[in-house]
Structure formats: C-alpha cells, structure tokens
Ligand binder design. Structure first.
Ligand code: HT7
Ligand code: ZN
Length: 855
C-alpha cells in the first residue's frame, strides 16, 4: 500500500464552499445525490478530484449538464472531472447498501438505526468529495426515509423543515451554518427516544440538548446529560468557549469502532459511553461517560471550530482535547486520583507503544492507513505535551495562548505549529527546543542523582537525559523537560518549596543551598513530564516519600517504586525485604488524613505488564508468581485490616458522591487482598459481596476477584451474572471481559471456548474488545508458553479483518512486542505475524500494523 507523507502536503486544488446532500434512505439501497459548489484554488489546470471508496457514479453533472462516461474518469476509487472555469456546480448520484457495511465506516446500520462515521476517511464511502480536512463546506442535508421504521431524522446543525411523503415515507432538512470538513458530517435515522434538556450559554442563548437512545434506555441517560451540561459550563468558565448552535444532539449506537465522534452538533457515541445506571455501570463506567461526553463536547472548539489541516496534525485536536477532558474530570472529582489514573493509562498504553516497533512522534511523518494513528501517542502523549506547555506558562499565560489560538484560527484548518506559535506569542515564551516533542518519538529517560556536601550544606542534583532510538529515528537530540522537584528534610518530613527545573542539555547539574543533612529528592512531581526517571533512592528513601511526600502523585510513585523494587528483586531471585512494602501499605491504609480513593490507588500492586516493562526480557510466569506471592503476603499480614475496611466501607444505599465512590474503591481493594491472602472464607466473603451488592462496581469487583481463583463460588457467580445480564449487551461484555482478564490457569482455553459462545460475535466491536482485547492485555495468559494465546489472537485478527479491518488492526500491537520476550515466545509471535501477513486480501490497516511489527 502507498505511503502518505507529511512533507507531501499541498493545498487543495479545488474548494467546496457549499454542499447539498439528498439522502433517500433505505438499509438495502440508499441513494445519495451530492451537489457541490466548487471553486478553483490557485492557478492550475488540474482536474477536480473527488475521493470515493467503492462508489459507482450513476450520474455526473457539471453545471446542470449530464456528462457521458467519456467525460469523467476513475482513479483509485476517485472520480476525476476536467473543468475549465473557476467555479462550477457538480452533481453526482450513487447508491450504497448500509446494511452490508460491516466496516462501520461511512453510512451503516446498527440495531435498527442508520448512522454515519466519517472520521477519518469514511465520507468517501457515502458520496464523491475531496475527503481531506482542509476542505471546509457549508452543508444542507435532506433525508427521506420510511416514517414507521425511521421516525427520527437527525443531521448536523439546525433542523429547518420537514414533511410527509407518499408510501409512508417522510423527510427532514438540516442546515449547518458553520463550514466544516466532511469528516464531521453526520446523520442518524431511527426509532429513538429523547432525553431533552436545555442549557443557557454565558451570553444568554438557549441551547436545546437531546440525548437520543432506544426507548428502554432512556432511564440510563441522566449521567450523560449532567456531564454534558457540566462540560458546557466548564468550557465557558475555564476557556471562555461558548456553544454556537441552537441544538446539540447526542445519539448512542451499539456498534461503533471507537468511543464516540464529535460530529458538529450531532455527536454519535458508542452506547457504552452514554448509558449508565447503578445496576449495570461501574464507577469507572460512570467516569468514562463523563470524560467522553466532555471530550466530544470540547471538540466543538478544539477540533471543529479550529480543525486540522491534514491528518498528520491529528494531535492538534486530540492531544489538546484529551488534556481538556482530563482537566475537566479532575475538576469534577479528585485532581490527585485523576492524575494517577491518567499516568497509569499513559504508561500502560503509550510507554509500551513508544518502546516498540510502532513508535511514532505525536506528529507522525508518514502513514499507510490513518485509522492506525488514533493511538495512545497521538492522544495521551499529545495531552502530556500540552500539559507541559500549560505548566511552563502557568494558568494565565496558558489561557492567553489558547485565546489567541482560537481567535486567530477560528474557521480554519490549522497545524500543530500554529498551536505552538500561539502559545509562544500569547504566553510570551520561547518554545524552540520544546518543539522536539512533536518530532521525536520514544520516551526520554532521565537519570537523577542527588549528592550532598555536609561541609557546604549544598545538595547537588545531577540530571542526565537520553531519548531511545525508535523506528526511523536512530539519533535523538536532548529534549526540553520540565521537572518539578522538591528536597525533603528527613527529620521534619517537610520541604522548602517546589521548583520547576528545565532540563535542556544531555546532562546538567542544579545546586540547592542550606541543607545541613542530606535531603530526600522528590522529582517529576505531579508527573510534570512524560519521561522515565531513574533515581538513586534506596528503599528507605522511598518509604519516607511514600509516607511524607505532599505531592500525591509523587507519594503514589514512591510506593509503586518500593513495590517494583521488591518484585523485580524477587523475580531475579534476590533476597528482598517484603516487610518494607507491608509496612508502607499499613502506614498508608491507616493514615486518616488520606482520601480512600487515593489509598486504594496507592496500595495497588503495579500491573504485571508494568513489571514486564521494567525488565530487559519479560518473563510472564516469573512476574505472575512474584506478584501473586507479594499480594498473598500483603493480604495475609494485614488480614484484620482488610476485614475491618471491608466491613466499615459497606454503604447503606447507593450514591455517586466522591465519598461513596472512594469507599467502594477501597472496599474492593480490601476484598481483593483478603481473598488473595488465601483465608478459607475469602471466596465466601467475595460471593456475599457479589450477591448482596446494589451496584455494579461492587458486583463486578467481587466477580473479578472470584474469577482469579478456582473456587466453587467462581462458577456460581459467573453463571448468575450471565443469566442476569444475558440480554443487556454492555453488561454481558463485562462477563466476557472479566473471564478474559482473569488470572486463572485455564484462561487461554476458556477464551477459545468463549470465542465459540452463542453470544460472541465479530460484528460488534465492543464484544470483540471485551474478549480478545482484554485477553491480549492479560500478560500471563496471552503469553502462555504454549503459544496458544498468540494463535487465538492471530486467528481472530484474520477473521475480523474480513469484516472490520480497523478493529482487527487494533489487536495487532500485542503480537508486535516480540522483541521484549524470550526467543521461544518471540519466534512464536513472529510466526503469527507472518501467518497474518500471508492471508490473501489482507486490509491496508492490518498489513501496516503487522508488517511494521516485523521490521
Ligand atoms: N475523533 C474521534 C475519532 C473517531 C474515529 C477514528 C477512526 C475510526 C472511527 C472513529 N470514531 C471516532 C474520536 C475522538 O477522539 O473524539
Ligand atoms: Zn477526540
């Protein structure tokens, strides 16, 4: 497949200021008439090129004249029309079959609805058009459909007119006054019920809000609606951004390749990020709804009003919008806990990506298939890069920078460079070297060692940085790394202030005066930079920081590092001091000043995958054994504490307050340690929680705890769960996911069996991710020495690729990590990648991921 390069960018040859679309909707045969007002852009004689993907032109007209087939041509799916004048009107007619669209890109059918997904390049599956984000048009859309089957007809912008037609059909017209790229186009037709509300903007305009779902799901939309209203108010307060249309609609669909889509005025969501009630949604699900609703809403400015010039600039909208949704969620709950969760996700997904064959900068240089670049790097590292700028500028200057960015580029398709320039001008800062964050892939490593001279009272911090080689980038330059540091006095447990150091050289030294005794270094506080820091802390220093650091992230980090050191020592067969970890856990759990949610985050053992990342060669069995052993020990040594917490945190009635959520989180952690301890009544206590819970957070946690073992309660709970939720797709996903993610000796065989279960289907991406996605993230099970796990995932990729290449391609990266494992596992993983690549007719999506993984 062809490689698209950032350096090849050329402005569009033809602009399309206006487009009128006429949809005659039918699941088997939808006819689309597209009427485009086109204008030559610049002095050239190139033909008009309208992208198309498997479209056949049934009619082509120029300025009202029907062309015959010799007057246009096709090239790689695109329609080419030679034009002589400066402006013309173009009309095309095509027919497509939404019900046969299993890729879920373009116009497709889901659960009786017809809906669209156009980002990144789905619009070309609907009609002929220059499908690139720098062609902005005003849209007028008319839809006609069977009224009984599709009583609701929605599109972008505002509704302008509607009426009835013969044969039980009806029509509606929607106009969107804001010029937009075609990836933001959307329509939905279906039998939907609406949770209707309103929001009055800061300038006093009333906006009608609608969340559209199946009638039976209406009671599950309240949380999403509240999140939407909170997001609208937050964006006004924090960024001065007001909503601009008179209506804002959200539709939930069951089959969706991603989390949600920010189409102008008509967001379309994967139903898992809209529907929530205590019976079926965990607290994590509730937070997911809040975060994704906010994310899509915030795109109205960071993405829609100011969009991307080309797809290499994707992080311009995604990194910035993730930063905005993270800040919003922190404001809605706990800043400390949110930061820990976000860093955990970054490390699990992005650090792994950045150290493997698919590593790329947040502004990539090339791609084969853009859908493969909706990555943790573009999104989460992109957000970290914005966060670093916000930190360096401080809140006021950062706001000046964002105001300038929005004002200067409103209505435009912009670049990452435009954003950085606005930050430089608005924030009065030189970001010259900082721009390397956009260019260089790989997670920088910073070595920090603190020395102290009692004679002078000077503490000296020596910092060294190195950015690892990544594909296509063998040599790296030093980055500009903002590091928040504090030096703690061991005796008092306090420090004299937090400083922001800018590390800009490969190696640098910083001096601090006035320390009679050697201080303890707290570095990368708040995770101020997305780097790996290695310190010369010993276990005593880490225990000290885990008890005294006033920066919650640094305190969490110290505890994690304490645990990592013990576990890596155990894995290496060294004598280790588990007692230090147990004492630190006890200290944290019993500190009355700490928030229970923070305690729960902090005392959790690092994941098996994270431990793997700390090793040169990942040994999944040794990691599992060591982690399991430490978990058992913490469980057993502190058993009375776990029992006590578990009993005390039992709530009387369900609430979604932060206090109630924190209590549930800690309660589940206590249950987990209690069961891990091996006490005989552990499974019974878990089963009782499973049985008595009035909410999914406690029920699923109890189920997951039982699923890790081999007790009789395990089977009973899984059966009950299945029978209770078999008709609720989102909750049944949890049943698949819990089993695929379990530390259970038979997980590999079970996943194979579940792949043949009557409720398993490859046509629903959520279901595929719940089984195979979760399994591929279960290091111990997926890397089973038999290689069966690799074969299962490879077979899934091959089968799924025929239906939904985008979702299939997302399962490839776990196989691409073969260099990190022993020779035997590595060879089996490579063999599966080769097996995938040998499949005839493989998609561009999977080809790119699998071939890059073998390089
Ligand atoms: N901007 C949206 C991206 C998206 C997407 C990309 C590829 C294929 C399907 C997709 N659905 C949505 C999501 C977001 O970041 O808000
Ligand atoms: Zn986004």
């Amino acid at each position: 497949p062809a490689i698209i390069r950032r350096s090849d960018y050329r402005p569009p040859d033809w602009l399309v200021p206006d487009i009128t679309l006429d949809f005659d909707l039918d699941p088997a045969a939808t006819r689309i008439r597209g009427m485009l007002a086109v204008r030559r852009n610049g002095d050239h004689d190139r033909p008009l090129r309208l992208d198309g993907d498997r479209l056949v032109p049934l009619e082509v007209k120029v300025d009202g004249q029907l062309l015959d087939t010799g007057q246009w041509s096709m090239e790689a799916g695109a329609l080419l029309i030679p034009l002589t004048g400066e402006s013309h009107s173009i009309e095309t007619l095509v027919e497509i079959a939404p019900e046969g669209n299993s890729k879920l890109m373009g116009l497709y059918a889901s659960g009786g609805l017809l809906c669209t997904q156009c980002e990144a390049e789905g619009f070309r599956r609907i009609t002929f058009f220059p499908d690139r984000p720098d062609v902005l048009s005003r849209y007028s859309v008319r839809m006609a459909a069977d009224k009984a089957r599709y009583p609701i007809l929605l599109a972008n912008g505002d509704p302008v007119d509607q009426g009835d037609l013969p044969d039980g059909r009806h029509w509606a017209r929607w106009n969107d006054p804001f010029p937009k790229p075609c990836y933001l186009f959307a329509l939905v037709a279906g039998d939907l019920a609406c949770n209707a509300d309103r929001f009055v903007t800061m300038s006093g305009r009333e906006v009608k809000l609608g969340i559209w779902v199946k009638e039976a799901d209406l009671p599950r939309t309240a949380h999403a609606m509240q999140a939407l209203k909170n997001s609208m108010a937050w964006d006004e307060r924090v960024y001065g951004r007001e909503y601009d249309l008179d209506v804002f609609n959200i539709v939930a669909v069951a089959d969706f390749n991603f989390g949600a889509m920010e189409n102008k005025g008509l967001n379309i969501f994967n139903s898992r990020y809209i529907l929530a009630d205590p019976e079926t949604a965990t607290d994590i699900d509730y937070d997911g709804v809040e975060g994704v609703v906010a994310h899509e809403y915030f795109h109205n400015w960071s993405g829609n009003r100011v969009t991307c010039r080309d797809w290499f600039q994707l992080s311009l909208k995604e990194g910035f919008t993730v930063f905005r949704d993270q800040s919003f969620s922190a404001d809605m709950g706990s800043h400390a806990v949110k930061r820990i969760e976000d860093v955990r996700i970054l490390r699990a997904a992005q650090f792994q990506e950045d150290s493997g064959p698919l590593a790329h900068p947040i502004r990539p240089e090339s791609y084969m298939e853009i859908s493969n670049f909706y990555t943790a790097t573009i999104y989460n590292k992109g957000a970290e890069v914005i966060r670093m700028m916000a930190l360096m500028l401080g809140p006021e200057r950062f706001r000046k920078g964002t105001d300038l960015y929005f004002e200067r580029h409103d209505g435009q398709a912009a670049t990452c460079e435009d954003f950085v320039q606005a930050m430089e001008e608005g924030g009065e800062i030189d970001l010259g070297q900082f721009r390397l964050w956009y260019e260089q892939a790989g997670t920088p490593r910073v070595r920090a060692s603190l020395s102290h001279d009692p004679a002078t009272g000077i503490a000296e911090l020596a910092l060294e940085q190195a950015v690892p080689a990544t594909p296509g980038q063998p040599d790296k330059q030093p980055m500009a790394i903002p590091l928040r540091v504090a030096l703690f006095d061991r005796a008092s447990g306090t420090h004299h202030g937090d400083e922001l150091l800018m590390l800009t050289e490969a190696s640098e030294r910083f001096s601090f005066k006035g320390f009679t005794d050697a201080p303890v270094l707290s570095i990368n506080r708040g995770f101020s930079a997305p780097v790996i820091v290695e310190t010369n802390h010993d276990q005593a220093d880490l225990a000290f920081l885990s008890a005294h650091d006033d920066d919650p992230f640094a305190r969490y980090e110290a505890m994690q590092q304490l645990m990592v050191n013990v576990l890596i020592g155990k894995i290496g067969g060294h004598a280790v001091d588990e007692a230090a970890v147990i004492a630190a856990v006890r200290h944290t759990v019993t500190d009355p000043a700490l928030d229970p949610a923070f305690i729960a985050e902090t005392i959790r053992l690092p994941s098996e995958a994270y431990l793997g990342d700390q090793m040169r060669v990942v040994d999944p069995d040794a990691i599992h054994a060591a982690r399991d052993g430490l978990q058992q020990r913490i469980g057993a040594e502190l058993e009375p504490l776990w029992r006590d917490i578990h009993a005390k945190t039992k709530a009387n009635g369900f609430s979604l307050s932060s206090t109630a959520k924190g209590a549930r989180k800690l309660r589940n952690t206590a249950l987990h340690y209690l069961v891990a301890s091996g006490v005989v009544d552990g499974p019974a206590v878990a089963y009782a929680q499973f049985d008595e819970a009035d909410n999914m957070t406690e029920r699923q946690a109890a189920l997951a705890t039982l699923a890790n073992g081999t007790s009789a309660e395990r089977e009973a709970a899984l059966d009950i769960f299945y029978n209770r939720y078999r008709d609720d797709a989102l909750t049944l996903d949890k049943w698949f996911q819990t089993q695929a993610f379990a530390f259970y000796p038979e997980t590999v065989d079970l996943v194979e069996e579940l792949g043949r279960h009557r409720d398993f289907t490859m046509t629903n991406p959520n279901r595929v991710r719940s089984l195979y996605g979760a399994f591929a993230g279960n290091q111990w099970a997926f890397h089973h020495k038999s290689g069966k796990g690799y074969r299962l995932v490879a077979d899934c990729i091959i089968a799924l690729d025929k239906l939904n290449p985008q979702t299939a391609a997302r399962l490839v990266p776990p196989l691409g990590r073969w260099r990190r494992f022993d020779d035997m596992r590595g060879a089996m993983m490579r063999a599966e990648l080769q097996h995938i690549l040998a499949e005839p007719g493989l998609s561009k999506d999977v080809t790119e991921q699998a071939s890059k993984s073998l390089e």
